[in-house]
Design a binder for this molecule. Structure first.
Ligand code: GCO
Ligand code: MN
Ligand code: MN
Length: 414
């Protein structure tokens, strides 16, 4: 097909897909679009870029048009490393504020890049005191950027906190140093927030089990929960989690169960939404393209616990999508799948079949407890409940019915 006609074809087929929500509807959800996701050029270790660079002004304007109400960024996604903390930072922050206001968007989250620059090769908690001092300053500077832009959250992905070969690094010492960095960030936040008359930020740790280092010292959300309550943090109440859906699949966990554990600890504060494959690398595919049923289940859990965002679109538009396609197809479709799954999760919670089945399961068969616990008859309890437990499979079927619309039936072809 003639290159001049290809965008028209994509647009026509997008319209033919239907099911799109209006920007106003999309804005009702606490969804954020990362600068780095839209600006991802398709590069990786084995991949040359397939897209050209996109600046924050273009990203913010495009997100606003789609109806993504929030934007987030790493410090160095928008400010060159050499301009951090200098006049250039202030000039860029002023331009960001103008762009956000023009697009009717808010900055929800800021995060410090402590993994890309060569200085972090040995992690931000390396043995060398000057590296740790530099990292601490970067974290403090990001806290200031966050307050300046009106953010509520700061995220920490300790991707380089690990090693390739064991023995050279002493893990407990490295974790203590890492905690000191977080402590500096929280203590600085308390001062800046007080000076600005704003609440402190919510500091959220994000785990990923592997990549870029061979071994990661805090590989899972559960490891981070342990770290938060280890006694190393001076303000554990200011630190929670930003789990990422795919990162929990990467270690072979059930994302829904990982989220449930974070909920129990009151630490589910921010959520990176994407998709991918179990026990594989961080492909960062857009939400719902691989595991829609699991996603529905995740959102049922979150809705039932009152978690309604921020949902951060941390995925990488595929290398096969063009610069134009990123905003025409990739982001609007990701947002719309999320909204549909979220609304379906609401249907699941109201579904009479699931409600009745769940209530019956919780009611049990009504076998009375014996006066002496030694007289419990486990076989009799099992027999009395075995038909009820069949409901587990029925509920699973009902969830698939709701997801695929099976309960509405089919037109036959045979
Ligand atoms: C991933 C990476 C990053 C982080 C980001 C926030 O999810 O693949 O961990 O995209 O989310 O660096 O700090
Ligand atoms: Mn990821
Ligand atoms: Mn992430």
């Amino acid at each position: 097909m003639n290159p001049n006609q290809q965008q028209a074809l994509v647009s026509r087929l997008m319209d033919a897909c239907g099911g799109a929500y209006s920007p106003e509807t999309r804005r009702k959800y606490f969804i954020s679009g990362p600068q780095w996701a839209a600006a991802y050029e398709g590069h990786a270790l084995f991949h040359a870029p397939t897209r050209s660079a996109v600046g924050f002004e273009e990203v913010i304007a495009a997100y606003g048009k789609i109806g993504i109400g929030h934007w987030c960024t790493h410090d160095t996604d928008v400010i060159p490393t050499e301009g951090l903390g200098r006049d250039q930072q202030q000039e860029i922050l002023a331009r960001i504020k103008t762009a956000l206001a023009a697009a009717d968007m808010k900055c929800s989250m800021v995060t410090t890049e402590t993994f890309h620059h060569a200085v972090f090769a040995g992690s931000p908690a390396a043995e060398q005191p000057e590296i740790r001092e530099y990292a601490a300053w970067r974290l403090k500077n990001t806290v200031e950027i966050g307050h300046e832009l009106g953010a509520q959250y700061a995220v920490y992905w300790p991707g380089s906190l690990g090693y390739y070969t064991q023995g050279a690094v002493e893990e407990t010492e490295t974790l203590r140093w890492y905690a000191q960095g977080l402590n500096v960030a929280c203590e600085h936040d308390i001062k800046v927030a007080a000076a600005k008359g704003r609440p402190t930020l919510k500091h959220c740790m994000e785990a990923k089990p592997f990549e870029p280092q061979g071994e990661i010292l805090l590989p899972t959300s559960d490891a981070m929960l342990g770290f938060i309550s280890s006694g190393l943090l001076t303000h554990p109440e200011m630190v929670g989690l930003n789990p990422e859906y795919l990162h929990e699949l990467m270690w072979g966990g059930a994302p829904r169960a990982a989220l449930a554990r974070a909920l129990l600890c009151g630490k589910l504060w921010h959520f990176d939404i994407n998709d991918g494959y179990r026990l594989k690398h961080d492909v960062d595919i857009a939400v719902g393209l691989v595991n829609p049923l699991d996603w529905l289940n995740v959102l049922v859990l979150l809705r039932s616990h009152g978690f309604n965002g921020p949902f951060n679109l941390d995925y990488k538009p595929p290398r096969t999508t063009s610069n134009w396609g990123v905003f025409e197809v990739s982001f609007p479709t990701a947002v719309d799948r999320f909204i549909t799954l979220w609304e379906m999760a609401g249907e699941v919670l109201e579904d009479p079949v699931i409600k009745e089945a769940t209530a019956a399961l919780k009611g049990g068969a009504g076998v009375a407890a014996p006066s002496d616990p030694k007289d419990f008859d486990p076989q009799a309890i099992f027999e009395a409940n075995k038909e009820l437990l069949t409901l587990h499979e029925l509920i699973a079927h009902r969830l698939v019915q709701i997801l695929l619309g099976l309960h509405r039936g089919r037109v036959y072809s045979l």
